[in-house]
Design a protein around this ligand. Structure first.
Ligand code: FAD
Length: 451
């Protein structure tokens, strides 16, 4: 009788939400895997920090949905967020988004005129993000608000960006208005534009896990210790023919049946050996970000949770006072403002010390909070070289190809926010990763059952 051999494990590259979601699904089906995380802890971008003096900061993610929490059996461990609001600062005034902007006559007139003009001239479909926003929002709103924000956020002129940047914005205006109203009626911060994989509705709202967003990853990681290696970078992925056959970790080659990578897509070509199928992804760009969390005396220093800053006088494009929505993130009578700065690795912002960044940010927000410097209690400055995927026109065709056809190597999946190169929030990362991993599971199950 011939002895059956256990199939080689699946290698998972990265222990953020996507890698852990994949690991959880494989374990559920009894498929062997090894998860390698380069850093010394799990959760990736979904990490939470708590200072000794009672301030909580999340790396990026602040809000998750009650639907994601329920899917992970964490509903009871989450607090409901009752309010979430955004305003746009223009000429020293905070205008509510989106309703307030609709009430600005020059934006309405410009939008109506642009629509009429484009209809009469039967203009072609917009070929870049600048044209997309002017066509859809009208020139005044596009030029004064949408395009300056887009350029500060992406670091690129809007006419070099693909129209898909605009197409990714959440549903229609009527739907947004209905969801806002539903939130008021139910006293819950209904989630708008948080998940593309599942429908938005009045029964999907923002929640916050008791122990920070990082606890979502901790829940997924429960019981997986035996297959998780921290502080272990995947150095190479070897491809033979059109299949990944092994990965190199700790200078050793490990045979694998498949690879699920959550590494940033532009880095993946440098890891893969044996094919140049992924070379086209090497030029994809991510916008690095600095998130300066300023702890301040006082509460409700901004007029709403998020203030967008399209005017060029500001170095930042967005300031968030998360404790307006989630009072528990700061001690009573105190607050945290998160100032987002788009930058490039190695530029003056990137190289500045944390104290200098905090000082510049306090000066930057002085028009919003005039005595911010006097209120300053401390800060935590976070930097990431991979804050946001930037959809450049130059590689739009390759981006669409990645979304439709994958990596070009049959058993090498590239998933998660940075692996899929998409603006995915946590619920989307979870849903899409499950959907992408399922065909691989179906493929591997017969061999696992036979072993
Ligand atoms: C500024 C900001 C704000 C956000 N706000 C929200 C929000 O309010 N709500 C929300 O739902 N989402 C939000 N998000 C998105 C959310 O944080 C991400 O969607 C999610 O955390 C991405 O998880 P991931 O596993 O795809 O990627 P990551 O978290 O980046 O995980 C990838 C992991 O792979 C590891 N890795 C990379 N290369 C290797 C290698 N070669 N070997 C081993 N390990 C490797 C990395 O160390 C990392 O831990 C925000 C994101 C940002 C940047």
């Amino acid at each position: 009788m011939s002895a059956r051999r256990d199939p080689a494990p699946v290698a998972i590259v990265g222990g953020g939400l996507a890698g852990l979601t994949a690991a959880h699904a494989l374990r559920h089906h009894g498929i062997p895997f090894r998860l390698f995380e380069a850093s010394d802890r799990l959760a990736g971008l979904a990490r939470s920090f708590r200072d000794a003096d009672g301030f909580s900061h999340d790396f990026g993610a602040h809000f998750v949905t009650n639907r994601l929490a329920a899917a992970l059996g964490m509903g009871a461990e989450c607090r409901t967020v009752h309010h979430y609001g955004e305003v746009v600062r223009l000429d020293g005034e905070d205008i509510g988004y989106p309703l307030g902007l609709l009430g600005v006559p020059r934006f309405d007139v410009s939008a109506a005129w642009t629509r009429l003009r484009d209809a009469v001239a039967s203009s072609p479909a917009p070929g870049d993000a600048a044209a997309w926003f002017r066509h859809n929002y009208g020139e005044a709103l596009a030029d004064e608000v949408a395009l300056p924000l887009l350029e500060a956020w992406s670091g690129q002129p809007a006419d070099r960006l693909a129209p898909a940047v605009g197409e990714k914005l959440p549903g229609g205006l009527l739907e947004t208005l209905w969801l806002k109203l539903a939130g008021r009626l139910t006293d819950r911060a209904v989630a708008i534009g948080y998940c593309g994989a599942l429908p938005q509705s009045a029964s999907v709202w923002h929640v916050y896990p008791e122990h920070g967003v990082g606890s979502i990853c901790a829940r997924l990681a429960e019981g997986l210790d035996d297959a998780v290696s921290l502080g272990t970078r995947v150095q190479r992925i070897h491809v033979e023919g059109d299949r990944a056959v092994s990965v190199r970790v700790n200078d050793q080659d490990l045979p694998v049946s498949a690879v699920i990578s959550t590494a940033p897509i532009h880095i993946l070509p440098r890891l893969v050996e044996g094919t140049d199928a992924l070379e086209r992804f090497a030029r994809f760009r991510f916008r690095p970000m600095i998130l300066a969390n300023l702890n301040l005396e006082g509460r409700h220093l901004l007029s709403d949770t998020v203030v967008w800053l399209p005017e060029k006088d500001f170095a930042s494009y967005r300031v968030t006072e998360a404790p307006i929505s989630m009072p528990w993130l700061a001690p009573e009578g105190k607050t945290t403002l998160t100032v987002d700065i788009g930058c490039e690795v190695g530029d003056d912002w990137w190289k500045a010390s944390d104290d200098d960044i905090a000082r510049h940010c306090l000066e930057d927000i002085a028009p919003l909070v005039p005595d911010a410097a006097a209120r300053h209690l401390g800060h935590r400055v976070l930097r990431t070289p991979i804050g946001y995927p930037v959809f450049m026109r130059a590689y739009e065709a390759d981006r669409l190809r990645l979304a439709l056809d994958g990596t070009g190597v049959d058993n090498l999946l590239s998933v998660g926010r940075n692996g899929a190169f998409d603006h995915l929030l946590m619920e989307d990362v979870y849903c899409r990763t499950l959907a992408q991993v399922q065909p691989l599971i179906d493929d591997l199950l017969p061999a696992v059952r036979a072993a």
